[in-house]
Ligand binder design. Sequence first.
Ligand code: SOE
Length: 393
Amino acid sequence: MTSTSPAALRVGMVGYAFMGAMHSHAWRTAPRFFDLPLQPELAVLAGRDAAAVKTAADTFGWRDTETDWRALIERDDVDLIDICTPGNTHAEIAIAALEAGKHVLCEKPLANSVEEAERMTAAAREAEARGVFAMCGFSYRRTPALTLARRLVEQGRLGTVRHVRAQYLQDWLSDETSPMTWRLDREKSGSGALGDIGAHSIDAAQYVTGLQISGVSGLLNTFVHERPLSGARSGLGGSGAADSGMGQVTVDDAAIFSARFDGGAIGAFEATRFALGRKNSMRLEVNGTLGSLAFDFEHMNSLEFYDGTQPQETAGFSTINVTEPVHPYTGNWWPAGHGLGYEHGFTHQVVDLVQAIADARTPSPSFEDALQVQKVLRAVERSSAEDAGWQHV
Ligand code: SOE
């Protein structure tokens, strides 16, 4: 009997900071733990600074480097472009890559505006007709507990969804001297807490419930308008140097909005980087006519479930340890009960993308799904900026 190894999927990646490191890890790890129909190869890493990109490539295990993403896209030894750069570059790179016949994985949020996201979605639709596929990286969908939550909603265990409560709470900007980053510059990031982390909540809420947000009313706020241009970094935040000059913060620090979903459910959303003590608390609570779910990423290996069909005497929220082989993705990892981390969602994202490409079907979330999230972001911003109240999405 002969065994044939799967065909290669040669990846070219643009960007090598936090998300670049994470995606590198995912591409390298996915085929080691999952049986994939295509074999990802870390082919070429692109970045503008030749020395820095070479160091990153050596660190993360990339074969070759480029200093211009256009040269990367032109290479015929690359099949897929993974975009891990700030939002202002997504549209140009993704559209060029799709036109050149490369599959695309693009970090979230898809773009900095609905107009860009629409162009990207049109390019993805056109590419798909040629067998070329695009996915947006809303990685939290692939946290096993959230995938299980989706499964429970699909199985009807919640009945009709009535309420969604979604909060994404971080605190890495609480220190007012924490230095400027591209994430605080609207030109580069499109928006602040709203697009960076609120977008995750929007995607997760729509994914878990299977419902789309049709209208919103929002309120954004910026608490700190100027920050030192440089300083000692610690994680995403840090403390700035008083003598480094000041830069303008041009995005929101926090966002809240209420939402209406198709079908009548209502939701309350909150995104902030000023919730002292909350590190990466991405929470989702869903209440239906038959049951409720609650999730907090700070306890990512568990899901709270209330089964309202149980006898009242014994009914109560139960904590499911989402660490067993019956749970989504977990059987491919450690022995039962041992749990997963932040990076696993990114590895699962690669697994599902590779499978979709091999099956020649639209990956999820598609650019179309991500465009819908972008429309929600725009509606929230309009509602707040123009004091315009309710906005249809
Ligand atoms: C910063 O807020 C950040 O790194 C986001 O950009 C990521 O998407 C999120 O997963 C963690 O927080």
